[in-house]
Design a protein around this ligand. Structure first.
Ligand code: 9WN
Length: 484
């Protein structure tokens, strides 16, 4: 935090009510800290999740930067040799009964030569995608080669898919809040790994060929059951019996009508099995994989990561210009490929059919976080945000889906409810484009949510009730950032 603090680390400038909010958030982050990483939720998500770790680091930047660095290290110690950062890093002390799908389902493990990668029932499968261990992309100037296999740490069990790359934003925030030699050293460790992560997304996932990354699973977007994926999912032939072979766990922890449906889950598992059966290789995905979509949110975050990398590059002595150029190119591609002038927002593109999904979902507003987004698109996104569909106001943050859609569902996960991390990103975007007043409304509305309901995973977009996990890490972490 900036400025002076009370003895327990709470910033002095906070009112008593906000100081209580701050303390509540730090308590949750401490309770969800395992000693090496933060879990999103003790009850629902007892492992480490990729983009959650990025958001958590943004909160810890203000209270416990050393834990933020440790958290990011834990995640990147599980980076695969091809550069991918897995969406879940499994805690070996947690059983498959506590979260499904766990390590047995993903059949991840230690690959040949000690490299981390998938090892299926048929024996270990290389996950290197033809790349040698030891340099999964490397830095643009080659100064920071990524060390072999396990990055020097113990082998980690992980899933084989990724999540949006918000970690460079996290790392830069931690450094900015608590600079110094030790922090610079952390940046030097992370920089080549962050670059390798971006390289993986830019090359292996350039399935559509234009330069945007395709996600291979709805879970990769972070917005699991968003209507964004309905059309692409409907075309996935569901593996017979898949839900009899594998039992869900999530809907036993929270109400099943707040979660994705069984039909969604059958498709999630089918798609994951397809990727697993291909040894998690990305070559020829277009020929064989049932789900390939260019998501505007995912790609906007990839662009924003390049801008954070440019800042980090300045500290570690690498070339920032290459990162800025990449961000500019991603921004252009987003406008060319995913923007629809009819709806005034961005839409996911199904690489298999060439069709843009027509639903108006909140990931279609996320390109606002790119400072280089042309004025026409900015104005258009702001208009959509202010319209009744998303109804930005001081009383309620932005919902995950168009309020006027016939299938808007205020309870079901990414099909209506308000999510804290998404609104935090939208606020950042509004600020980047000088929309200070609207950004202020989002901040007030977010803080009112946690004040009134607690640090929930997501919130009812009408009555602000908390839904899902009650002590959710990124809600707590981003509350700290809003207060700091
Ligand atoms: C699957 C952990 C994760 C978030 C995702 C959110 C949810 C998992 C699940 O929880 O996804 O990855 O089991 O539903 O959709 O954004 O990272 O908090």
């Amino acid at each position: 935090a900036t400025g002076s603090t009370k003895p327990d680390g709470v910033p002095d400038q906070l009112s008593e009510a906000d100081a209580a909010l701050w303390r509540g958030a730090t308590t949750i982050l401490s309770a969800n800290w395992t000693g090496t990483h933060t879990v999103p939720s003790r009850t629902l998500y007892p492992h480490q999740w990729s983009w959650d770790a990025g958001f958590v680091s943004i909160g810890l930047a203000h209270t416990a930067p050393e834990r933020a660095w440790r958290d990011l290290r834990s995640l990147f110690e599980a980076q695969w040799p091809d550069g991918r950062v897995p969406h879940i890093v499994f805690d070996p002390g947690v059983t498959e009964r506590d979260y499904f799908p766990g390590p047995t389902f993903w059949a991840s493990g230690v690959g040949p030569g000690g490299s981390v990668g998938p090892s299926g029932p048929g024996g270990p499968v290389g996950a290197n995608g033809g790349r040698a261990n030891g340099n999964a992309g490397g830095a643009s100037d080659g100064t920071f080669p990524v060390p072999a296999g396990t990055n020097g740490g113990p082998p980690r069990l992980s899933s084989g898919i990724v999540q949006p790359p918000v970690h460079a934003i996290g790392a830069w925030t931690v450094y900015r809040c608590a600079p110094g030699d030790a922090a610079a050293e952390e940046l030097r460790w992370l920089y080549p790994r962050l670059v390798a992560q971006q390289e993986y997304l830019a090359t292996a996932r350039n399935v559509g060929g234009a330069g945007l990354s395709a996600i291979v699973h709805p879970w990769e977007s972070g917005l699991d059951n968003s209507p964004s994926w309905d059309e692409a999912l409907a075309a996935v032939p569901v593996a017979p019996d898949v839900l009899r072979r594998y039992a869900r766990r999530d809907n036993q922890v929270v109400a099943s009508d707040h979660r994705p449906t069984d039909d969604d889950y059958a498709r999630y598992l089918t798609i994951a099995l397809s990727y697993r059966e291909g040894g998690y290789r990305d070559a020829d995905l277009g020929m064989r994989h049932p789900f390939l979509v260019e998501c505007p949110g995912f790609n906007a975050l990839r662009g924003a990561a390049e801008l954070a990398l440019a800042r980090i590059a300045e500290v570690v002595g690498a070339d920032p210009a290459v990162h800025r150029a990449r961000a500019a190119s991603i921004t252009r591609l987003l406008v060319d490929r995913l923007f629809d002038p009819q709806t005034g927002m961005f839409h996911p593109l199904d690489v298999r059919t060439g069709r843009r999904n027509p639903a108006r979902c909140v990931n279609g507003l996320l390109p606002l976080i790119l400072p280089g987004l042309p004025a026409a698109q900015v104005a258009s996104l702001v208009a959509v945000l202010e319209s009744d569909r998303f109804g930005i106001s001081a009383r309620m943050p932005v919902p995950s889906y168009d309020r006027s859609a016939a299938d808007f569902d205020p309870f079901r996960y990414w099909r209506g409810p308000v999510w804290f991390n998404i609104n935090w990103l939208l606020r950042r975007g509004l600020r980047a484009h000088g929309q200070v007043e609207l950004a202020g409304l989002v901040r007030t509305a977010l803080l009112d949510l946690v004040r009134g309901s607690g640090y929930y995973e997501y919130f009812h977009p009408g009555n602000a009730a908390g839904i899902g996990s009650p002590a959710f890490s990124w809600t707590a972490a981003l509350t700290l950032d809003l207060l700091a």
